[in-house]
Design a protein around this ligand. Structure first.
Ligand SMILES: NC(=O)c1ccc[n+]([C@@H]2O[C@H](COP(=O)([O-])OP(=O)(O)OC[C@H]3O[C@@H](n4cnc5c(N)ncnc54)[C@H](O)[C@@H]3O)[C@@H](O)[C@H]2O)c1
Length: 395
């Protein structure tokens, strides 16, 4: 069977998730389009790279990602580093003719994302941006209902991503709170997943009207580059430094097809852990999804008899998208890992079969344009059209 050699850059949270998906993909989807071989892992922190090779099952490691890109044996570069290094790595990988999967957000802002899109277009490599939540079977099922017309014309989209891991002012100033590294705060980190849902399910967003807030203006500094996502609290008397990104945003949105809606995200919502939701109303029905109950899609159809009309719950299983490779009984449980396994399956399949895959760098760029428009709108306190000329350079 065909093999595909993987070089992964970054050995933190997403390094673990992506390594798992390379190992597990053929166990779920068989025959696999190709067997991923975990060839080399890179991390700026040499010990992290060495440990990752051992723990995550890579044959070799390096602290210099350029060595991996020069290596002719590597077919696919996987970028799982913080956002400030995505562009430099992706452009070098594209020039070297490697296929690329890059974590989201694609870049710190749209201008940077455009340089990445131009590089992959020029080289002709396959590219994907890792908005994996759309590969939750219940979300793909929502897409199927909408495409089949079960909801009729879509009227609106209400999406949220609410978390609480950084609501404690004592959780450290990791890279996620620094504009120079992250580009933006809750917007780029989690809001972009909701923007991806909105575009995937309803269509292109044309205009936004937003407000942003930074609730915790300074946080204790931390040593080391890895973000522990609030699980490590700073010691007493640690120096504090300024947070220069949003903790929360709320945006009204208009779609090109006439639908309207709202998107919001916060990392300060106590009690909300991974409250990634959407509710969509169409002329013929409604859908509701909440990632905290990700095996379920709530559906309501207008043509159900009036005395039994209301939301009902579909538990995803073998009859639903990706069901052929997942578990044999509905509601056995889909996890975060499965969304990443499906993502890698679809990407490797697109490389082997030379077919289109989404979300790709063009989607990543469009999402960056929308994100920049949200920041511009919050600054200008007015509706902003999603187009290059109305954007501000953010980093
Ligand atoms: N799709 C998702 O659901 C999801 C979830 C979390 C994070 N992410 C994205 O994944 C990316 C990584 O986030 P994370 O949570 O894994 O971060 P992390 O802090 O856990 O790990 C980042 C790792 O990258 C290494 N690193 C930093 N700069 C590097 C460089 N220039 N070269 C090589 N290694 C470098 C660090 O040493 C660290 O080991 C980010 O873009 C983030 O937005 C996506």
């Amino acid at each position: 069977m065909k093999k595909m050699n993987i070089g992964m850059i970054g050995a933190g949270f997403m390094g673990k998730a992506h390594a798992l998906s390379y190992a597990a993909m053929p166990m779920f989807f068989w025959p696999a389009p190709a067997i991923p071989v975990r060839k080399m892992v890179a991390d700026v922190n040499e010990k992290a790279a060495k440990d990752a090779a051992e723990r995550l099952g890579f044959e070799s490691y390096t602290s210099d990602w350029r060595k991996m890109i020069e290596n002719p044996d590597i077919d696919l570069i996987d970028i799982v580093t913080p956002n400030d290094s995505h562009a430099e790595i992706a452009i070098a990988a594209a020039r070297a003719g490697k296929h690329i999967i890059c974590e989201k957000p694609l870049a710190r802002d749209a201008a940077e994302a455009k340089t990445m899109l131009d590089a992959v277009k020029a080289s002709g490599v396959k590219h994907m941006v890792a908005f994996n939540y759309r590969r939750t079977p219940a979300v793909a099922l929502a897409k199927k209902y909408i495409e089949e017309g079960s909801l009729g014309k879509i009227l609106n989209f209400r999406g949220t991503y609410l978390q609480d891991w950084s609501a404690d002012p004592n959780s450290p100033l990791s890279w996620r709170f620094q504009k120079k590294i992250a580009g933006s705060g809750a917007l780029g980190d989690i809001g972009t997943h909701v923007i991806d849902f909105a575009r995937y399910l309803v269509g292109e967003i044309s205009e936004v009207m937003a407000s942003t807030k930074t609730w915790i203006p300074e946080r204790p500094t931390q040593s080391g580059g890895v973000d522990k996502l609030g699980t490590v609290k700073a010691a007493e008397n640690v120096e504090k430094k300024a947070v220069d990104v949003d903790d929360e945003f709320i945006s009204l949105i208009k779609f090109e097809n006439g639908a309207i809606g709202s998107i919001e995200a916060t990392r300060n919502g106590w009690g909300r852990n991974n409250f990634l939701t959407f509710e969509i109303h169409g002329e013929k029905g409604s859908l509701y999804f909440n990632y905290e109950r990700r095996d379920e899609l709530q559906v309501c159809f207008a043509d159900d008899p009036e005395d039994r009309r209301g939301f009902r719950t579909i538990y995803t299983g073998p009859a639903h998208p990706y069901g052929e490779g997942l578990w044999p009984i509905p509601a056995l449980g889909i996890g975060y890992g499965e969304t990443k396994i499906i993502e890698i399956y679809d990407f490797v399949k697109s490389i082997v079969n030379d077919t289109e895959v989404s979300p790709d760098f063009n989607d990543g760029y469009q999402i960056a344009l929308i994100s920049d428009a949200i920041l511009a709108s919050a600054e200008q306190k007015q509706w902003v059209k999603v187009e290059e000329k109305s954007l501000i350079k953010t980093v």
